[in-house]
Design a protein around this ligand. Structure first.
Ligand code: IDP
Ligand code: MG
Length: 148
């Protein structure tokens, strides 16, 4: 089944939003397949955001991601990449719909609380980068109550 990489950024951790964010994905019916609290070094953050290295905000973005611990997670489920992005909301919280994570909990684009992979391909890349030793293979006993 499809997987996505979700990261609660340092502001989300500092602000005590970890539980609520995990709960949102759990209650939706997605399965947690990997999770760790980790402080990343600058070169790792630069690698994660390498596609944005030419952007004027790149330096600030890297500073932001290394400013404190983050929660890195792998979530699995049908259409989890696209649906995960909908749950997260638009990049700029000013444009994020109410009820989305960014729409509910964030104000500024540079403090937008959470990351989610933007495609199945980048999810695979990001999961390999953040979880080089793989993730946990398990299946919820609730599966038939969520999927027909
Ligand atoms: P995404 O997180 O919604 O996928 P991206 O365009 O991939 O958005 O940008 C990655 C992150 O870089 C954003 O979540 C945000 O924290 C930051 N960012 C994006 N655009 C800007 C900007 O114009 N100014 C400051 N930070 C930005
Ligand atoms: Mg992105």
């Amino acid at each position: 089944m499809e997987q996505t990489f979700i990261m609660i950024k340092p502001d989300g951790v500092q602000r005590g939003l970890v539980g609520e964010i995990i709960s949102t994905f759990e209650k939706k019916g997605f399965y947690l397949k990997g999770m760790k609290l980790i402080s990343v070094e600058r070169p790792f953050a630069e690698k994660h955001y390498e596609d944005l290295s030419s952007k004027p905000f790149f330096e600030g973005l890297v500073e932001y991601i290394i400013s404190g611990p983050v929660v890195a997670m792998v979530w699995e489920g049908k259409n989890v990449v696209t649906t995960g992005r909908k749950i997260i909301g638009a990049t700029n919280p000013s444009a994020s719909d109410p009820g989305t994570i960014r729409g509910s909990f964030a104000v500024e684009i540079g403090r937008n609380v959470i990351h989610g992979s933007d495609s199945v391909e980048s999810a695979k890349k990001e999961i390999a980068l953040w979880f080089p030793n793989g993730t946990v293979n398990w299946q919820s006993s609730l599966h038939p109550w969520i999927y027909e």
